[in-house]
Design a protein around this ligand. Structure first.
Ligand code: ATP
Ligand code: MN
Length: 456
């Protein structure tokens, strides 16, 4: 169906005065004595295109006045003082009628209500803006790494390592539900892979394998965690950006993480001004200034030990204790980033007992070279560390955690054959999207959110 994208109608003056054909869905309609107006959107831009219908020129377009109707319209492209460009319709074809029980009649529904109709909420302004920002952000992530010599690798989604330490794993199985009377070992031996398998919670371990040959790599794919808690920041299926960099130590990877965040935020600021203005108006006051300031200011860095002192000095009651050795809870993270530093902050050198086995042990014997990046409004968006490159220390940490070394043979051998210092991080793609849009529930930044207790 030959037609012109609405984005091009707005951006290319070539079309002024010409007859054009456009397609889209009717988003608003209005009737006056001699003229009717439609606004249509085709998803190529946040902006709706106004269609002017002179009643004495055209008739029989009643169906097209109904919201949600899909239409093909031919007409003259005219300059308009208010809208920039509008179409004076000469021909309207209804491609698909949209009866009155179409739920998106009202101007604004709550995000909660819209979650009950994932197949239709994409047609709201919010999702129109969100999905374009999401797409641009993804492209910016690829641009960032591609233009700096990183190799994009795809790590397996089905994995055999039982406890990568990051979260509860979903099992992958072809066994029937009624297999009984077997031991654990027999049960798994009879399964598809002959052993227990699950959906990957992180591509890191395989990412490290790739980095030990390709130097700088990144992955960008889905991770799965059977998170049993209902929080506004956790999905059972989320998209995960995981660079892994050989010859990088903790300060190097922190520099990379900060630089990448700044790059992708400036890309969105530049490419999606209408969308950011919309989010600023409806979701977060001062959003654009916040994002601009991110790009132009250094992030803060604070030692975990110092963060604990700050929390203990705070004139505020926390629900969870904050003694040295405790993991930072969301309330602590948000206090540090929102109240103390008022900007993104890397908390570095966590106690080794609350962090994963693969993190590099610091000379103090108590902490590991790990950092979380915390941002106001969201909390943790990046988990990062230098990896333990020393074979003996790695084995010691794994044994101390009672891990089964046989499950990690490949990973351990990386330290035996040409081990190098290396570091990496995991960025939650939906978390950064929440930060960039000001949308406060992770269920509203993805097409089909997967969370405990429901799937659609
Ligand atoms: P949290 O403490 O927020 O549960 P985590 O420490 O378990 O996160 P990591 O294992 O460090 O998470 O994963 C790296 C990043 O992946 C996190 O910083 C976060 O941005 C993102 N992430 C982790 N779990 C989820 C999830 N369930 N849904 C969405 N994003 C997630
Ligand atoms: Mn983390």
């Amino acid at each position: 169906m030959k037609h012109i994208d609405i984005k091009d109608i707005f951006s290319n003056p070539f079309y002024i005065g010409k007859t054009v054909t456009v397609c889209g869905w009717v988003r608003t309609s209005r009737d006056s004595k001699n003229i009717s107006f439609l606004e249509i959107n085709d998803g190529t831009t946040f902006r709706h295109l106004q269609i002017v219908i002179e009643k004495e020129k055209l008739s029989g377009y009643d169906e097209a006045m109904k919201l949600g109707t899909s239409v093909r319209i031919a007409g003259t492209c005219c300059e308009s003082p208010v809208n920039g460009v509008e179409i004076n319709a000469g021909f309207i074809e209804v491609l698909g009628a949209c009866p009155g029980d179409y739920p998106l009649q009202k101007k604004r529904h709550t995000l909660e209500y819209l979650r009950t109709m994932p197949h239709l909420r994409v047609r709201t302004n919010t999702f129109n803006a969100l999905l374009r920002v999401r797409s641009r952000l993804a492209a910016a992530i690829h641009e960032y790494f591609q233009s700096r010599g990183y190799v994009y690798v795809n790590t397996p989604i089905i994995t055999g390592s039982d406890c990568e330490g990051a979260g509860e794993m979903f099992r992958v199985t072809t066994q029937d539900y009624d297999v009984t009377g077997l031991t654990r070992e027999e049960y798994y031996a009879g399964d598809f892979f002959g052993r227990k398998a699950g959906l990957s919670v992180s591509g890191q371990l395989e990412g490290e394998v790739a980095a030990m040959a390709m130097g700088k790599i990144y992955t960008f794919g889905p991770s799965f965690r059977a998170e049993n808690s209902n929080t506004p920041r956790h999905l059972a299926e989320f998209w995960h950006v995981e660079p892994e960099v050989a010859f990088a130590e903790l300060p190097d990877i922190i520099e990379i993480a900060e630089d990448m965040i700044k790059h992708i935020i400036s890309a969105v600021l530049e490419a999606c001004p209408d969308e950011i203005a919309f989010f600023e108006k409806h979701f977060e006051e001062g959003l654009r200034d916040k994002l601009r300031s991110i790009v132009s200011h250094d992030f803060a860095v604070v030692e975990y030990t110092e963060a604990i002192e700050l929390l203990q000095k705070a004139d505020r009651q926390f629900n969870y204790p904050c003694d040295w050795g405790a993991d930072l809870q969301t309330e602590h993270e948000r206090y540090i980033t929102e109240e103390v530093f008022k900007k993104p902050v890397f908390v570095i050198n966590y106690p080794k007992d609350i962090k994963s086995f693969y993190m590099k042990q610091n000379p103090d014997g108590k902490t590991v070279a790990a950092t979380d990046l915390l941002v106001p409004g969201v909390g943790e968006i990046i988990g990062c560390s230098e990896r333990e490159a020393d074979l003996d220390k790695l084995l010691e940490a794994m044994k101390a955690r009672g891990m089964n070394l046989d499950d990690y043979e490949d990973y351990i051998e990386l330290r035996k054959f040409g081990s190098v210092p290396h570091s990496g991080f995991g960025l939650g793609f939906e978390r950064i999207l929440m930060y960039v849009t000001g949308i406060s529930n992770i269920r509203d930044v993805t097409l089909y959110p997967r969370t405990v207790g429901g799937i659609r």
